[in-house]
Each structure stands twice: as structure tokens, then as C-alpha cells.
Design a protein around this ligand. Structure first.
Ligand code: HEM
Ligand code: HEM
Length: 227
């Protein structure tokens, strides 16, 4: 047994870039003035990240795949029971409960990014699809854009507390492998490489799709002003 690759580079980059982007997104909306343009562009980028990770969950490396960590309630309960009894609960990829974080984040951040497309600051900045829905739909989606973020922070807080608990209470460091991708495993358990060519092709396809979605496809807003 020696340190070998478990988390591919796309998963690690996705994780840390997403975490930083979400903090920046909050600042650009709540703290920094006149940062709405940047908020929009970073929002489009995050939408791309989410679509990328969703597809990578089907075509990525072994431990990046949903099929390797999505567990039923029975497995989750058994895992929690073992954890309470301080039995050895280490898994190579995500554990049955921690594995919930990815679908949760993909859903909540996905909602955040999509509702942003229909949101306006009621001054000068409107998402590219703001004008394509009725005003009641605009209000609902804007409301969702405001509320979803609070939910997200609750899960992020639980996530960070759990990771720190593993590190300090169980003496099990999950953080370093999220940086260098490596854990102590056998050769059969490790992944051979990060499948970077596949990841780059997927990245380009997703970038083209997001560009089409936010720049080419949106309806041209009706002119409200007459000169
Ligand atoms: C906005 C902040 C954050 C978000 C949205 C977030 C989200 C996520 C998601 C979605 C995963 C699953 C990764 C995947 O399979 O692609 C994950 C895993 C992980 N995160 Fe975070 N994270 C955040 C902050 C942090 C921080 C600050 C730390 C370090 C203290 C951390 C440590 C980890 C670790 C160690 C894992 C792997 C857990 C395992 O081994 O199963 N995360 N996180
Ligand atoms: C996942 C990406 C995104 C995150 C995390 C995010 C987060 C936020 C947050 C926290 C707020 C402040 C809400 C409040 O005041 O309660 C906000 C406001 C706003 N967001 Fe986003 N956003 C994202 C994507 C987008 C996108 C893609 C657009 C537009 C294309 C957008 C447009 C707006 C607008 C116009 C506001 C201002 C609403 C107001 O002033 O009432 N957001 N966003």
C-alpha cells in the first residue's frame, strides 16, 4: 500500500474553484458596489462548472462517478451507526453520507445559476432571459435566487464541520487528498490517471453550450425607451 491517485484533477479543480467562486459571488452581490457585470460572468462560469461536474459524474474516473458513491438510506444509516461507534468508516471515495454533498450542491448551485438568468437588480442589470417570462415568473425566480443561497450556506457549514471533525476527532485527513488527489491504497484501488483529454474536450463542449445559452440564444429585449 502506498499513496496513489484517487481524486482526478478535474474533481479537485472543480471543488476548489467552485468554493472560491461562490464566496466571490456573494461578495459581488452583497458587498462590492457596481460588480453586477462581474457577478453575471462568474455566474455563467459557475453554470459551466455545474454542467461539467454533472456529466463528469457519468463519464469521469472511478471515484468521480455518481455510481461509486450514491447510496441508499440503509447504507447511510449503517454508515452513521458505525461512525457513532467509532468503527473504521474510511472509504476510498466519498462515504455514503458525504456523497450527498455533490448532488445537493449541483442542485442548489444549479438553481442559483439558472434563476440568475431570469433575475434583475431592478436598476440596470437584467439576466439574459429576464424579459422572456411574465412578471410573476420573474418575481418567483428572483425570490428563489435570493433564498437558495441561504440554504447552500447551511449545507456548506455542515460540510466543513464534518470535514474538520474527521480531521481532528477521527484523525482522518480528507483535505490533503482533495488537494493532491492521493490516498494510501492498493494499485487496483487507485485510478490510472485523470483522463485529462476527455476532461478538456468536455470543458470545450460545455463552454460552447454556455456561450450559446447566454449570448446567442436569449431573446433581444424590447426597447423601453423612445428617443
Ligand atoms: C463553498 C464551499 C464549499 C463547497 C460548495 C463544497 C462542496 C463540495 C462538493 C460538491 C464535494 C464533492 C466533490 C466532488 O465529488 O466533485 C466536496 C468534497 C470535499 N470537500 Fe468541499 N466544499 C466547500 C468547501 C470546502 C472546504 C472549505 C473544505 C476544507 C476544509 C472542503 C473539503 C472537502 C473535502 C475534503 C471533500 C472530499 C470529501 C470526501 O473525501 O468524501 N470543502 N465539497
Ligand atoms: C451560481 C451562481 C450565482 C450565485 C451563487 C449568485 C448569488 C447571488 C446572491 C447571494 C445574490 C444576493 C441576493 C440577495 O440580496 O439576497 C445575488 C443577486 C443577484 N444575482 Fe446572482 N448569483 C449567481 C448567478 C447569477 C447569474 C448567472 C445572474 C445573471 C445572469 C445573476 C444575477 C443576479 C442579480 C441581477 C442579482 C441582484 C438582485 C437584486 O439586487 O435584488 N446571478 N446573486
Amino acid at each position: 500500500m502506498q499513496k496513489r491517485l484517487v481524486w482526478d484533477l478535474p474533481v479537485r479543480l472543480f471543488h476548489w474553484i467552485l468554493a472560491i467562486s461562490l464566496v466571490v459571488q456573494w461578495f459581488t452581490a452583497e458587498v462590492i458596489e457596481n460588480a453586477m457585470d462581474f457577478h453575471f460572468y462568474l455566474g455563467y462560469f459557475i453554470l459551466g462548472l455545474i454542467i461539467f461536474r454533472l456529466i463528469w459524474g457519468f463519464i469521469g474516473t472511478k471515484y468521480a462517478k455518481f455510481s461509486s458513491f450514491i447510496a441508499g438510506p440503509k447504507a447511510m444509516l449503517a454508515y452513521l451507526r458505525a461512525l457513532m461507534n467509532r468503527e473504521d468508516t474510511s472509504t476510498i471515495g466519498h462515504n455514503p453520507v458525504g456523497g450527498l454533498m455533490l448532488p445537493l450542491v449541483l442542485t442548489l448551485v444549479g438553481i442559483q445559476a439558472v434563476t440568475g438568468l431570469f433575475t434583475s437588480d431592478d436598476i440596470v442589470h437584467s439576466g439574459p432571459y429576464y424579459d422572456s417570462v411574465s412578471s410573476s415568473v420573474q418575481k418567483t425566480l428572483q425570490w428563489l435566487h435570493h433564498q437558495t443561497f441561504s440554504f447552500l450556506w447551511i449545507f456548506v457549514a455542515i460540510h466543513i464541520v464534518a470535514i474538520l471533525w474527521y480531521k481532528f476527532a477521527l484523525k482522518h485527513d480528507l483535505i490533503r487528498p482533495m488537494f493532491n488527489g492521493k490516498k494510501v491504497v492498493t494499485e487496483q484501488q487507485a485510478i490510472a490517471n485523470s483522463q485529462l483529454l476527455k476532461a478538456v474536450i468536455l470543458m470545450v463542449v460545455v463552454a460552447v453550450f454556455v456561450y450559446w445559452l447566454v449570448e446567442i440564444n436569449p431573446p433581444i429585449p424590447e426597447d423601453d425607451f423612445y428617443y
